[in-house]
Every structure is written in structure tokens, then in C-alpha cells.
Write a protein that binds this ligand. Structure first.
Ligand code: MG
Length: 159
């Protein structure tokens, strides 16, 4: 059995009049991510971490933002697709650890629902998904509330 890790990062600008979707959950807030799909930074960074660990490229290769098919797409679809690719290559998801960085709103209270949604999309137990929240201490675009970002590390095993 071998173990492999992958890293994923994503950032989206926040704009008024967009729904804020993080980890597959819609949060009550007056701004949301600008993006071709639903702009779910956590799902996108997680997708890249999984694809990276499996040596399968990145989200842009599998779901190009030039493809009208993905306009407004629920990003959990990307995770379901990544999971199918992992299954084909006999990779199992051991653990996912993530940091989501945004000045507002508070994410922690929504983590149980996000973990459930992400775990369901990946067909794993929610205990395999670990989420952490940070602010950017008022610094830079994220600190000014102009953007939201996520970093994710995924650990896979293969038989
Ligand atoms: Mg993205």
C-alpha cells in the first residue's frame, strides 16, 4: 500500500448579489464568490488536492471555465467526478484537512453541515473531513472582505 498527499488552493473575489456557497452549503451573507460555477472555494481547493494526490491534473483540466456546461454548476459535482476518477485508479481517501480564510461571515457554526455535504459527495465518512477557519486579520484583499480563499491537503492510499 502506498500513501500520497495532494495540495489544493483556491481564491474567489466576493461580490454583492452572489450566493455565498462554501463546502456545498449556502451561507447567509450579503456577498458571494464571483466565478463561472457556484464559486465554492473549499470544494475547488479540495478537488485540486484530490486530483493532485492522484496525479490526475487539476480542476481546470477536468472542468474548464470556458465550458458553458459548468456555468453556475454546483461544485459538489466536481468532487463526485474526482471521486469516480480516484476509484478508477484504486485510490482511497484517507483524510482531508482544510483551511478556509475569510473575514466574514463566521464559518465554524456551518462546519458540521459542510463536512456532511463534502463527505457525501466523496462517499466517505464525515470524520475524514477536517475543516478550519481563519480570518486574515484585516490584511490584504481577504482582510478587506473582497475575497475568500481555501487551502486543502488530501491524503490518499492506493492498493
Ligand atoms: Mg475556483
Amino acid at each position: 500500500m502506498s500513501t500520497r498527499c495532494g495540495i489544493g488552493y483556491d481564491l474567489h473575489r466576493l461580490s454583492e448579489g452572489r450566493k455565498l456557497i462554501v463546502g456545498g452549503i449556502e451561507l447567509p451573507f450579503d456577498k458571494g464568490p464571483v466565478g463561472h460555477s457556484d464559486g465554492d472555494v473549499l470544494a475547488h481547493a479540495l478537488c485540486d488536492a484530490l486530483l493532485g494526490a492522484a496525479g490526475l491534473g487539476d480542476i481546470g483540466i477536468h472542468f474548464p471555465d470556458t465550458d458553458a456546461k459548468w456555468k453556475g454548476a454546483n461544485s459538489l459535482i466536481f468532487l463526485e467526478h474526482a471521486k469516480r476518477l480516484l476509484d478508477e485508479k484504486h485510490f482511497a481517501i484517507e483524510h482531508v484537512d482544510a483551511v478556509v480564510i475569510t473575514e466574514k461571515p463566521k464559518l465554524g457554526p456551518h462546519f458540521p453541515k459542510m463536512r456532511e455535504a463534502l463527505a457525501k459527495a466523496l462517499s466517505v465518512g464525515a470524520e475524514k473531513i477536517h475543516l478550519k477557519a481563519k480570518t486574515n486579520e484585516g490584511v490584504d484583499a481577504i482582510g478587506r472582505g473582497e475575497a475568500i480563499a481555501a487551502h486543502v491537503i488530501a491524503t490518499l492510499t492506493s492498493r
